[in-house]
Design a protein around this ligand. Structure first.
Ligand SMILES: Cc1cc2nc3c(=O)[nH]c(=O)nc-3n(C[C@H](O)[C@H](O)[C@H](O)COP(=O)(O)OP(=O)(O)OC[C@H]3O[C@@H](n4cnc5c(N)ncnc54)[C@H](O)[C@@H]3O)c2cc1C
Length: 501
Protein backbone atom coordinates (compact mmCIF):
# COMPACT_ATOMS: atom_id res chain seq x y z
CA UNK A 1 0.00 0.00 0.00
CA UNK A 2 1.05 3.64 -0.35
CA UNK A 3 3.40 4.68 2.42
CA UNK A 4 1.03 7.25 3.86
CA UNK A 5 -2.36 7.03 5.47
CA UNK A 6 -5.22 7.74 3.06
CA UNK A 7 -6.76 11.18 3.13
CA UNK A 8 -9.74 11.61 5.37
CA UNK A 9 -12.42 12.32 2.82
CA UNK A 10 -14.25 14.44 5.38
CA UNK A 11 -11.33 16.82 5.85
CA UNK A 12 -11.33 20.12 4.02
CA UNK A 13 -8.51 20.78 1.61
CA UNK A 14 -6.24 23.48 2.86
CA UNK A 15 -5.87 25.00 -0.56
CA UNK A 16 -7.06 24.57 -4.13
CA UNK A 17 -4.73 25.38 -6.98
CA UNK A 18 -5.37 25.25 -10.72
CA UNK A 19 -2.91 24.22 -13.46
CA UNK A 20 -3.55 23.49 -17.13
CA UNK A 21 -1.66 20.22 -16.86
CA UNK A 22 -1.27 18.04 -13.76
CA UNK A 23 1.71 15.68 -13.98
CA UNK A 24 1.79 12.72 -11.61
CA UNK A 25 5.31 11.64 -10.62
CA UNK A 26 8.82 13.07 -10.90
CA UNK A 27 10.59 10.00 -12.23
CA UNK A 28 12.32 9.99 -15.60
CA UNK A 29 8.88 10.13 -17.30
CA UNK A 30 7.48 13.01 -15.21
CA UNK A 31 10.59 15.17 -15.57
CA UNK A 32 10.57 14.44 -19.31
CA UNK A 33 6.88 15.40 -19.43
CA UNK A 34 7.61 18.73 -17.72
CA UNK A 35 10.44 19.39 -20.19
CA UNK A 36 8.28 18.65 -23.25
CA UNK A 37 5.44 20.83 -21.98
CA UNK A 38 7.63 23.79 -21.07
CA UNK A 39 9.45 23.66 -24.41
CA UNK A 40 6.62 22.70 -26.77
CA UNK A 41 3.62 24.27 -24.99
CA UNK A 42 5.20 27.16 -23.06
CA UNK A 43 1.84 28.85 -22.50
CA UNK A 44 0.52 25.95 -20.41
CA UNK A 45 0.76 26.10 -16.66
CA UNK A 46 1.79 22.84 -15.05
CA UNK A 47 2.60 21.19 -11.78
CA UNK A 48 4.44 17.93 -11.09
CA UNK A 49 3.17 16.19 -7.95
CA UNK A 50 5.58 13.71 -6.41
CA UNK A 51 5.14 11.51 -3.35
CA UNK A 52 8.85 11.21 -2.57
CA UNK A 53 11.06 13.96 -1.17
CA UNK A 54 12.95 14.29 -4.42
CA UNK A 55 12.93 13.40 -8.12
CA UNK A 56 14.16 10.18 -9.70
CA UNK A 57 11.42 7.60 -9.00
CA UNK A 58 13.00 4.19 -9.58
CA UNK A 59 16.50 5.60 -9.27
CA UNK A 60 15.73 7.27 -5.96
CA UNK A 61 13.74 4.56 -4.21
CA UNK A 62 15.96 1.59 -5.10
CA UNK A 63 18.90 1.28 -2.72
CA UNK A 64 20.32 -2.19 -3.15
CA UNK A 65 24.08 -2.62 -3.64
CA UNK A 66 25.28 -1.91 -7.14
CA UNK A 67 21.96 -0.42 -8.35
CA UNK A 68 22.40 0.45 -12.02
CA UNK A 69 20.53 0.59 -15.31
CA UNK A 70 20.36 -2.47 -17.48
CA UNK A 71 19.89 -0.54 -20.68
CA UNK A 72 22.26 2.03 -22.12
CA UNK A 73 21.85 5.64 -21.08
CA UNK A 74 22.10 6.98 -24.63
CA UNK A 75 18.60 5.64 -25.18
CA UNK A 76 17.42 5.54 -21.54
CA UNK A 77 18.50 9.17 -21.34
CA UNK A 78 16.30 11.75 -23.02
CA UNK A 79 16.71 12.42 -26.71
CA UNK A 80 17.30 16.10 -25.88
CA UNK A 81 20.08 15.75 -23.32
CA UNK A 82 23.35 14.06 -24.30
CA UNK A 83 24.65 11.26 -22.12
CA UNK A 84 28.41 11.56 -21.65
CA UNK A 85 29.27 8.59 -19.48
CA UNK A 86 29.59 4.82 -19.85
CA UNK A 87 26.37 3.35 -21.26
CA UNK A 88 25.35 1.38 -18.16
CA UNK A 89 24.99 3.87 -15.34
CA UNK A 90 24.55 3.79 -11.59
CA UNK A 91 21.42 5.18 -9.97
CA UNK A 92 23.54 8.05 -8.66
CA UNK A 93 24.71 8.94 -12.17
CA UNK A 94 21.14 8.82 -13.49
CA UNK A 95 19.93 11.05 -10.65
CA UNK A 96 22.70 13.50 -11.37
CA UNK A 97 21.76 13.54 -15.09
CA UNK A 98 18.11 14.17 -14.20
CA UNK A 99 19.20 16.90 -11.78
CA UNK A 100 21.00 18.62 -14.66
CA UNK A 101 17.87 18.42 -16.83
CA UNK A 102 15.86 20.04 -14.03
CA UNK A 103 18.45 22.80 -13.44
CA UNK A 104 19.14 23.54 -17.12
CA UNK A 105 15.43 23.87 -17.90
CA UNK A 106 14.33 25.61 -14.72
CA UNK A 107 11.88 22.80 -13.92
CA UNK A 108 12.26 22.80 -10.11
CA UNK A 109 9.71 25.58 -9.76
CA UNK A 110 7.03 23.27 -11.19
CA UNK A 111 7.63 20.34 -8.82
CA UNK A 112 5.92 19.72 -5.48
CA UNK A 113 7.61 16.99 -3.51
CA UNK A 114 6.07 14.97 -0.70
CA UNK A 115 2.67 15.35 -2.32
CA UNK A 116 0.86 12.07 -2.26
CA UNK A 117 -2.13 11.86 -4.58
CA UNK A 118 -4.90 9.66 -3.26
CA UNK A 119 -7.94 10.49 -5.40
CA UNK A 120 -8.52 11.76 -8.92
CA UNK A 121 -11.93 12.70 -10.20
CA UNK A 122 -13.10 13.99 -13.55
CA UNK A 123 -16.13 16.23 -13.85
CA UNK A 124 -17.69 16.55 -17.32
CA UNK A 125 -19.64 19.68 -16.25
CA UNK A 126 -16.57 21.73 -15.39
CA UNK A 127 -14.30 19.68 -17.69
CA UNK A 128 -11.74 19.52 -14.92
CA UNK A 129 -9.74 16.92 -13.05
CA UNK A 130 -9.55 17.29 -9.29
CA UNK A 131 -6.71 15.65 -7.39
CA UNK A 132 -6.92 15.08 -3.66
CA UNK A 133 -3.43 15.23 -2.27
CA UNK A 134 -1.83 14.73 1.12
CA UNK A 135 0.94 17.26 1.65
CA UNK A 136 3.28 15.06 3.68
CA UNK A 137 5.37 18.00 4.87
CA UNK A 138 2.44 19.61 6.70
CA UNK A 139 0.06 16.66 6.98
CA UNK A 140 -2.59 18.85 5.36
CA UNK A 141 -4.90 17.84 2.55
CA UNK A 142 -4.57 19.83 -0.64
CA UNK A 143 -6.62 19.97 -3.78
CA UNK A 144 -5.35 20.56 -7.30
CA UNK A 145 -7.54 21.07 -10.33
CA UNK A 146 -6.49 20.95 -13.94
CA UNK A 147 -7.65 20.42 -17.48
CA UNK A 148 -5.33 17.60 -18.39
CA UNK A 149 -3.90 14.72 -16.41
CA UNK A 150 -0.51 13.41 -17.48
CA UNK A 151 0.13 10.16 -15.61
CA UNK A 152 3.86 9.46 -15.16
CA UNK A 153 3.46 7.24 -12.12
CA UNK A 154 5.50 4.28 -13.37
CA UNK A 155 4.26 0.72 -13.22
CA UNK A 156 5.06 -0.71 -9.83
CA UNK A 157 4.52 0.14 -6.18
CA UNK A 158 7.58 1.84 -4.77
CA UNK A 159 9.15 0.66 -1.51
CA UNK A 160 7.06 -2.49 -1.30
CA UNK A 161 8.41 -5.38 -3.31
CA UNK A 162 6.59 -8.55 -4.22
CA UNK A 163 7.43 -11.21 -1.64
CA UNK A 164 5.99 -14.64 -2.42
CA UNK A 165 4.68 -16.68 0.52
CA UNK A 166 6.75 -19.76 1.24
CA UNK A 167 6.02 -22.30 3.98
CA UNK A 168 7.72 -21.76 7.32
CA UNK A 169 9.14 -18.29 6.54
CA UNK A 170 8.78 -17.23 10.18
CA UNK A 171 11.23 -19.95 11.28
CA UNK A 172 14.18 -18.32 9.50
CA UNK A 173 16.63 -16.89 12.05
CA UNK A 174 18.71 -14.79 9.66
CA UNK A 175 17.80 -11.51 7.97
CA UNK A 176 15.31 -11.54 5.12
CA UNK A 177 15.27 -8.42 2.93
CA UNK A 178 13.56 -7.49 -0.31
CA UNK A 179 15.63 -5.78 -3.00
CA UNK A 180 13.06 -2.99 -3.18
CA UNK A 181 13.14 -2.35 0.58
CA UNK A 182 16.86 -2.31 1.30
CA UNK A 183 17.68 -1.63 4.98
CA UNK A 184 20.05 1.30 5.33
CA UNK A 185 23.54 0.22 6.33
CA UNK A 186 22.95 -3.52 5.95
CA UNK A 187 26.35 -5.05 6.69
CA UNK A 188 27.03 -8.15 4.64
CA UNK A 189 30.79 -8.31 5.12
CA UNK A 190 31.87 -11.96 5.29
CA UNK A 191 28.22 -13.07 5.44
CA UNK A 192 26.70 -15.99 3.55
CA UNK A 193 24.11 -14.45 1.25
CA UNK A 194 21.33 -16.17 -0.64
CA UNK A 195 19.68 -14.16 -3.41
CA UNK A 196 16.31 -15.50 -4.57
CA UNK A 197 15.66 -14.60 -8.18
CA UNK A 198 17.64 -14.18 -11.37
CA UNK A 199 16.26 -11.05 -12.99
CA UNK A 200 18.10 -7.80 -13.64
CA UNK A 201 18.07 -6.84 -9.93
CA UNK A 202 19.61 -10.17 -8.86
CA UNK A 203 22.20 -9.87 -11.61
CA UNK A 204 23.22 -6.49 -10.19
CA UNK A 205 23.09 -7.35 -6.51
CA UNK A 206 25.11 -10.56 -6.74
CA UNK A 207 28.40 -9.18 -8.12
CA UNK A 208 28.09 -6.10 -5.90
CA UNK A 209 27.60 -8.15 -2.71
CA UNK A 210 30.11 -10.82 -3.74
CA UNK A 211 32.88 -8.26 -3.39
CA UNK A 212 32.44 -8.20 0.42
CA UNK A 213 30.34 -11.24 1.33
CA UNK A 214 31.78 -14.64 2.24
CA UNK A 215 29.81 -16.16 -0.62
CA UNK A 216 26.66 -15.35 -2.59
CA UNK A 217 24.28 -18.00 -3.91
CA UNK A 218 21.78 -17.14 -6.61
CA UNK A 219 18.74 -19.38 -6.20
CA UNK A 220 16.53 -19.39 -9.25
CA UNK A 221 13.47 -21.39 -10.14
CA UNK A 222 14.34 -21.08 -13.80
CA UNK A 223 17.10 -19.32 -15.75
CA UNK A 224 16.96 -15.89 -17.39
CA UNK A 225 18.63 -14.62 -20.56
CA UNK A 226 21.58 -12.31 -20.03
CA UNK A 227 23.66 -10.45 -22.54
CA UNK A 228 27.31 -9.93 -21.75
CA UNK A 229 29.31 -7.04 -23.15
CA UNK A 230 31.77 -4.30 -22.44
CA UNK A 231 30.37 -1.27 -20.61
CA UNK A 232 31.40 1.02 -23.42
CA UNK A 233 30.16 1.95 -26.86
CA UNK A 234 32.93 2.02 -29.39
CA UNK A 235 31.38 4.50 -31.74
CA UNK A 236 30.82 6.99 -28.90
CA UNK A 237 34.42 6.60 -27.73
CA UNK A 238 35.74 7.04 -31.26
CA UNK A 239 33.64 10.13 -31.98
CA UNK A 240 34.75 11.62 -28.68
CA UNK A 241 38.38 11.05 -29.62
CA UNK A 242 37.68 12.89 -32.86
CA UNK A 243 36.36 15.87 -30.91
CA UNK A 244 32.80 15.54 -32.23
CA UNK A 245 30.26 17.52 -30.20
CA UNK A 246 28.34 15.69 -27.46
CA UNK A 247 24.99 16.45 -29.18
CA UNK A 248 26.16 14.62 -32.28
CA UNK A 249 27.71 11.77 -30.33
CA UNK A 250 24.41 11.30 -28.47
CA UNK A 251 22.37 11.24 -31.66
CA UNK A 252 24.72 8.99 -33.63
CA UNK A 253 25.17 6.58 -30.73
CA UNK A 254 21.40 6.39 -30.20
CA UNK A 255 20.89 5.56 -33.85
CA UNK A 256 23.56 2.90 -33.81
CA UNK A 257 22.20 1.29 -30.62
CA UNK A 258 18.63 1.37 -31.87
CA UNK A 259 19.64 -0.10 -35.22
CA UNK A 260 21.40 -2.96 -33.50
CA UNK A 261 18.60 -3.54 -31.00
CA UNK A 262 16.10 -3.73 -33.83
CA UNK A 263 18.23 -6.33 -35.57
CA UNK A 264 18.56 -8.27 -32.31
CA UNK A 265 14.81 -8.17 -31.58
CA UNK A 266 13.92 -9.29 -35.09
CA UNK A 267 16.45 -12.10 -34.96
CA UNK A 268 15.03 -13.21 -31.60
CA UNK A 269 11.79 -13.94 -33.41
CA UNK A 270 13.13 -15.18 -36.74
CA UNK A 271 16.13 -17.15 -35.46
CA UNK A 272 15.61 -17.69 -31.75
CA UNK A 273 18.06 -20.59 -31.57
CA UNK A 274 20.86 -18.58 -33.11
CA UNK A 275 20.25 -15.68 -30.72
CA UNK A 276 20.08 -18.06 -27.80
CA UNK A 277 23.42 -19.62 -28.71
CA UNK A 278 25.05 -16.22 -29.12
CA UNK A 279 23.82 -15.17 -25.66
CA UNK A 280 24.97 -18.42 -24.08
CA UNK A 281 28.37 -18.17 -25.79
CA UNK A 282 28.91 -14.83 -24.06
CA UNK A 283 28.43 -16.52 -20.69
CA UNK A 284 30.38 -19.65 -21.63
CA UNK A 285 33.34 -17.48 -22.55
CA UNK A 286 33.59 -16.39 -18.90
CA UNK A 287 32.44 -19.35 -16.81
CA UNK A 288 34.19 -21.93 -18.99
CA UNK A 289 33.14 -24.85 -21.16
CA UNK A 290 32.70 -27.22 -18.22
CA UNK A 291 30.13 -25.09 -16.43
CA UNK A 292 26.59 -26.49 -16.48
CA UNK A 293 25.12 -23.81 -18.73
CA UNK A 294 22.25 -26.06 -19.77
CA UNK A 295 20.85 -26.15 -16.22
CA UNK A 296 21.68 -22.69 -14.95
CA UNK A 297 21.64 -20.29 -17.88
CA UNK A 298 19.42 -21.77 -20.56
CA UNK A 299 15.90 -20.34 -20.18
CA UNK A 300 12.78 -22.26 -21.16
CA UNK A 301 11.37 -19.30 -23.08
CA UNK A 302 12.44 -17.68 -26.35
CA UNK A 303 14.83 -14.72 -26.04
CA UNK A 304 12.95 -11.40 -25.72
CA UNK A 305 9.78 -12.84 -24.21
CA UNK A 306 11.14 -11.25 -21.08
CA UNK A 307 13.56 -8.39 -20.90
CA UNK A 308 17.14 -9.51 -21.66
CA UNK A 309 19.30 -8.00 -18.95
CA UNK A 310 22.69 -6.64 -19.94
CA UNK A 311 25.55 -7.67 -17.66
CA UNK A 312 28.27 -5.05 -18.10
CA UNK A 313 31.73 -6.51 -18.37
CA UNK A 314 30.19 -9.88 -17.41
CA UNK A 315 30.68 -9.08 -13.71
CA UNK A 316 28.06 -11.59 -12.54
CA UNK A 317 29.76 -14.39 -14.45
CA UNK A 318 33.28 -13.41 -13.35
CA UNK A 319 32.01 -13.69 -9.76
CA UNK A 320 30.84 -17.22 -10.53
CA UNK A 321 34.07 -18.13 -12.33
CA UNK A 322 36.08 -16.90 -9.33
CA UNK A 323 33.99 -18.93 -6.89
CA UNK A 324 32.64 -15.85 -5.07
CA UNK A 325 29.14 -16.61 -6.27
CA UNK A 326 27.32 -19.74 -7.36
CA UNK A 327 23.97 -20.68 -8.84
CA UNK A 328 21.37 -23.17 -7.66
CA UNK A 329 18.49 -23.90 -10.02
CA UNK A 330 15.76 -25.41 -7.92
CA UNK A 331 12.50 -24.47 -6.21
CA UNK A 332 12.02 -23.48 -2.61
CA UNK A 333 10.03 -26.03 -0.68
CA UNK A 334 10.14 -24.24 2.66
CA UNK A 335 12.21 -21.99 4.85
CA UNK A 336 14.21 -23.44 7.72
CA UNK A 337 15.92 -21.83 10.72
CA UNK A 338 19.14 -21.66 8.75
CA UNK A 339 17.92 -20.75 5.28
CA UNK A 340 15.78 -22.51 2.72
CA UNK A 341 15.20 -26.13 1.82
CA UNK A 342 14.73 -26.77 -1.88
CA UNK A 343 12.41 -29.26 -3.52
CA UNK A 344 15.38 -31.50 -4.26
CA UNK A 345 15.98 -31.64 -0.50
CA UNK A 346 19.04 -29.41 -0.30
CA UNK A 347 19.34 -26.93 2.57
CA UNK A 348 20.90 -23.61 1.58
CA UNK A 349 22.11 -21.91 4.75
CA UNK A 350 22.46 -18.12 4.72
CA UNK A 351 22.98 -15.25 7.15
CA UNK A 352 21.08 -12.93 4.82
CA UNK A 353 18.41 -13.84 2.27
CA UNK A 354 17.69 -11.26 -0.39
CA UNK A 355 14.38 -11.66 -2.20
CA UNK A 356 14.87 -10.18 -5.66
CA UNK A 357 11.43 -11.44 -6.51
CA UNK A 358 9.91 -8.53 -8.36
CA UNK A 359 7.20 -5.95 -8.06
CA UNK A 360 3.62 -5.30 -7.24
CA UNK A 361 2.11 -3.80 -10.33
CA UNK A 362 0.88 -0.32 -9.53
CA UNK A 363 -1.87 0.70 -11.85
CA UNK A 364 -2.45 4.46 -12.06
CA UNK A 365 -0.35 5.24 -8.99
CA UNK A 366 -2.70 3.44 -6.57
CA UNK A 367 -4.93 6.49 -6.95
CA UNK A 368 -8.69 5.99 -6.63
CA UNK A 369 -10.20 7.31 -9.86
CA UNK A 370 -13.74 8.54 -10.44
CA UNK A 371 -15.32 9.69 -13.66
CA UNK A 372 -18.40 11.86 -13.08
CA UNK A 373 -18.92 10.38 -9.63
CA UNK A 374 -18.52 6.76 -10.75
CA UNK A 375 -15.50 4.75 -9.56
CA UNK A 376 -13.31 3.83 -12.51
CA UNK A 377 -12.72 0.18 -13.28
CA UNK A 378 -9.56 0.50 -15.36
CA UNK A 379 -9.90 -3.05 -16.61
CA UNK A 380 -13.13 -2.08 -18.35
CA UNK A 381 -11.32 0.36 -20.61
CA UNK A 382 -9.66 -0.30 -23.96
CA UNK A 383 -6.34 1.33 -24.58
CA UNK A 384 -5.55 3.65 -27.47
CA UNK A 385 -1.88 2.90 -28.29
CA UNK A 386 -1.15 2.22 -24.63
CA UNK A 387 -1.51 5.89 -23.68
CA UNK A 388 -5.22 6.84 -23.67
CA UNK A 389 -8.21 4.81 -22.53
CA UNK A 390 -11.85 4.65 -23.56
CA UNK A 391 -14.07 6.47 -21.07
CA UNK A 392 -11.25 8.49 -19.45
CA UNK A 393 -11.26 12.07 -20.73
CA UNK A 394 -8.22 14.34 -20.89
CA UNK A 395 -5.77 11.79 -19.61
CA UNK A 396 -2.61 10.24 -21.01
CA UNK A 397 -0.28 7.86 -19.23
CA UNK A 398 3.30 6.95 -19.93
CA UNK A 399 4.13 3.30 -20.06
CA UNK A 400 7.50 2.84 -21.70
CA UNK A 401 9.15 0.03 -23.59
CA UNK A 402 10.51 -3.14 -22.15
CA UNK A 403 12.46 -4.28 -25.17
CA UNK A 404 13.93 -0.86 -25.71
CA UNK A 405 14.59 1.88 -23.18
CA UNK A 406 11.52 3.14 -21.36
CA UNK A 407 12.36 6.77 -22.03
CA UNK A 408 12.18 6.42 -25.81
CA UNK A 409 8.43 6.07 -25.40
CA UNK A 410 8.23 8.80 -22.76
CA UNK A 411 9.69 11.21 -25.34
CA UNK A 412 7.23 10.04 -28.05
CA UNK A 413 4.28 10.39 -25.68
CA UNK A 414 5.53 13.88 -24.73
CA UNK A 415 5.36 14.96 -28.37
CA UNK A 416 1.88 13.44 -28.69
CA UNK A 417 0.51 15.22 -25.61
CA UNK A 418 1.82 18.58 -26.80
CA UNK A 419 0.36 18.04 -30.27
CA UNK A 420 -2.99 17.04 -28.76
CA UNK A 421 -3.11 20.07 -26.44
CA UNK A 422 -2.28 22.42 -29.33
CA UNK A 423 -4.92 20.77 -31.51
CA UNK A 424 -7.55 21.22 -28.79
CA UNK A 425 -6.63 24.87 -28.39
CA UNK A 426 -6.73 25.45 -32.14
CA UNK A 427 -10.16 23.82 -32.47
CA UNK A 428 -11.60 25.32 -29.27
CA UNK A 429 -12.19 21.93 -27.60
CA UNK A 430 -11.86 21.35 -23.89
CA UNK A 431 -12.43 17.63 -23.65
CA UNK A 432 -11.05 14.68 -25.56
CA UNK A 433 -11.49 11.02 -25.07
CA UNK A 434 -10.93 7.97 -27.22
CA UNK A 435 -13.82 5.74 -28.28
CA UNK A 436 -14.16 2.67 -30.45
CA UNK A 437 -15.29 3.64 -33.96
CA UNK A 438 -18.14 1.87 -35.78
CA UNK A 439 -15.56 -0.23 -37.63
CA UNK A 440 -14.06 -1.33 -34.28
CA UNK A 441 -17.23 -2.72 -32.76
CA UNK A 442 -16.64 -6.31 -33.84
CA UNK A 443 -13.00 -6.17 -32.87
CA UNK A 444 -11.99 -8.84 -30.35
CA UNK A 445 -11.20 -7.35 -26.95
CA UNK A 446 -8.13 -9.01 -25.50
CA UNK A 447 -5.92 -8.87 -22.41
CA UNK A 448 -3.62 -5.87 -22.30
CA UNK A 449 -0.54 -7.78 -23.40
CA UNK A 450 -0.13 -11.04 -25.28
CA UNK A 451 1.67 -13.50 -22.96
CA UNK A 452 3.12 -15.19 -26.03
CA UNK A 453 4.86 -11.94 -26.81
CA UNK A 454 5.93 -10.68 -23.38
CA UNK A 455 5.20 -12.33 -20.05
CA UNK A 456 7.00 -11.10 -16.93
CA UNK A 457 5.45 -12.26 -13.65
CA UNK A 458 4.23 -8.88 -12.34
CA UNK A 459 2.29 -8.25 -15.56
CA UNK A 460 0.80 -11.72 -15.63
CA UNK A 461 -0.24 -11.35 -11.96
CA UNK A 462 -1.85 -7.99 -12.72
CA UNK A 463 -3.53 -8.52 -16.11
CA UNK A 464 -6.96 -8.29 -14.48
CA UNK A 465 -6.12 -4.76 -13.28
CA UNK A 466 -4.87 -3.48 -16.61
CA UNK A 467 -6.87 -2.08 -19.49
CA UNK A 468 -7.72 -4.26 -22.44
CA UNK A 469 -6.69 -4.01 -26.05
CA UNK A 470 -8.08 -4.72 -29.50
CA UNK A 471 -6.34 -6.36 -32.42
CA UNK A 472 -5.60 -3.21 -34.44
CA UNK A 473 -2.40 -1.20 -33.91
CA UNK A 474 -4.32 1.84 -32.64
CA UNK A 475 -6.03 -0.22 -29.94
CA UNK A 476 -2.92 -1.98 -28.69
CA UNK A 477 -0.11 -1.28 -26.34
CA UNK A 478 2.70 -1.90 -28.74
CA UNK A 479 6.21 -2.73 -27.54
CA UNK A 480 7.72 -1.75 -30.89
CA UNK A 481 9.65 1.50 -30.76
CA UNK A 482 10.73 1.10 -34.36
CA UNK A 483 7.13 1.18 -35.57
CA UNK A 484 5.91 3.81 -33.10
CA UNK A 485 8.66 6.31 -33.82
CA UNK A 486 7.16 6.68 -37.31
CA UNK A 487 3.50 6.11 -36.41
CA UNK A 488 3.17 8.47 -33.42
CA UNK A 489 4.04 11.68 -35.25
CA UNK A 490 1.47 10.76 -37.92
CA UNK A 491 -1.44 10.13 -35.53
CA UNK A 492 -4.47 11.84 -37.06
CA UNK A 493 -6.13 13.80 -34.28
CA UNK A 494 -9.22 14.19 -36.47
CA UNK A 495 -9.67 10.43 -36.60
CA UNK A 496 -13.06 9.26 -35.32
CA UNK A 497 -11.27 7.46 -32.45
CA UNK A 498 -10.86 10.91 -30.84
CA UNK A 499 -14.10 12.34 -29.53
CA UNK A 500 -13.97 16.04 -28.63
CA UNK A 501 -16.37 18.22 -26.71
C1 LIG B 1 15.79 -1.54 -10.51
C2 LIG B 1 15.21 -1.15 -11.82
C3 LIG B 1 16.04 -0.96 -12.92
C4 LIG B 1 15.49 -0.60 -14.14
N1 LIG B 1 16.33 -0.40 -15.20
C5 LIG B 1 15.80 -0.02 -16.38
C6 LIG B 1 16.65 0.22 -17.49
O1 LIG B 1 17.85 0.08 -17.42
N2 LIG B 1 16.10 0.58 -18.66
C7 LIG B 1 14.75 0.74 -18.80
O2 LIG B 1 14.30 1.07 -19.88
N3 LIG B 1 13.93 0.55 -17.75
C8 LIG B 1 14.41 0.17 -16.56
N4 LIG B 1 13.57 -0.04 -15.51
C9 LIG B 1 12.17 0.24 -15.63
C10 LIG B 1 12.02 1.65 -14.97
O3 LIG B 1 11.19 1.64 -13.90
C11 LIG B 1 11.64 2.67 -15.98
O4 LIG B 1 12.45 2.61 -17.06
C12 LIG B 1 11.65 4.12 -15.49
O5 LIG B 1 12.62 4.46 -14.55
C13 LIG B 1 10.30 4.42 -15.03
O6 LIG B 1 10.24 5.80 -14.88
P1 LIG B 1 8.89 6.49 -14.54
O7 LIG B 1 9.19 7.92 -14.29
O8 LIG B 1 7.88 6.19 -15.59
O9 LIG B 1 8.37 5.75 -13.23
P2 LIG B 1 9.04 5.67 -11.79
O10 LIG B 1 10.49 5.69 -11.85
O11 LIG B 1 8.35 4.54 -11.12
O12 LIG B 1 8.59 7.04 -11.12
C14 LIG B 1 7.24 7.28 -10.85
C15 LIG B 1 7.15 8.37 -9.80
O13 LIG B 1 5.77 8.65 -9.58
C16 LIG B 1 5.56 8.80 -8.20
N5 LIG B 1 4.17 8.45 -7.88
C17 LIG B 1 3.55 7.27 -8.15
N6 LIG B 1 2.29 7.29 -7.64
C18 LIG B 1 2.13 8.50 -7.04
C19 LIG B 1 1.06 9.10 -6.32
N7 LIG B 1 -0.09 8.47 -6.11
N8 LIG B 1 1.24 10.37 -5.84
C20 LIG B 1 2.41 11.03 -6.06
N9 LIG B 1 3.46 10.48 -6.71
C21 LIG B 1 3.33 9.24 -7.20
C22 LIG B 1 6.54 7.84 -7.55
O14 LIG B 1 6.85 8.24 -6.23
C23 LIG B 1 7.74 7.94 -8.47
O15 LIG B 1 8.68 8.90 -8.05
C24 LIG B 1 14.09 -0.42 -14.27
C25 LIG B 1 13.27 -0.64 -13.17
C26 LIG B 1 13.82 -1.00 -11.96
C27 LIG B 1 12.91 -1.19 -10.78
Amino acid sequence: MPDTAPLQTTSHPHSVEYFDVLIVGAGISGIGAAYHLTTQCPDKSLVVLENEETFGGTWWTHRYPGIRSDSDLHTFGYRFKPWRGAPIATAEEILSYMGEVIAENDLARHIRYRHHITHASWDSQTKLWTLEVLDKATGLPRRFTGKFLYMCQGYYRHRQGYMPEWPNMAAYQGQLVHSEEWPEGLDYTDKRVLVIGSGASAATIIPAMAAKAAHVVMLQRSPTFFRVGRNAIEIAEELRTLGVSEDWIHEITRRKILFEQDKFAKMSFSQPDKVKEALLDGIRGIVGQDYDIATHFTPRYRPWRQRVAFVPDGDLFHGIAQGKASVVTDEIERFSEKGVVTKSGRELAADIIVAATGFHLNVLGDIAFEIDGKPLDFHETVTYRGMMFTGIPNMVWVFGYFRASWTLRADLVGDFVCKLLKHMDATGKEQVEVALRPEDHNMPILPWIDPENFNPGYLMRGLHLLPQRGDKPEWMHNQDYWAEKDEFPKIDLNDAAFVYR
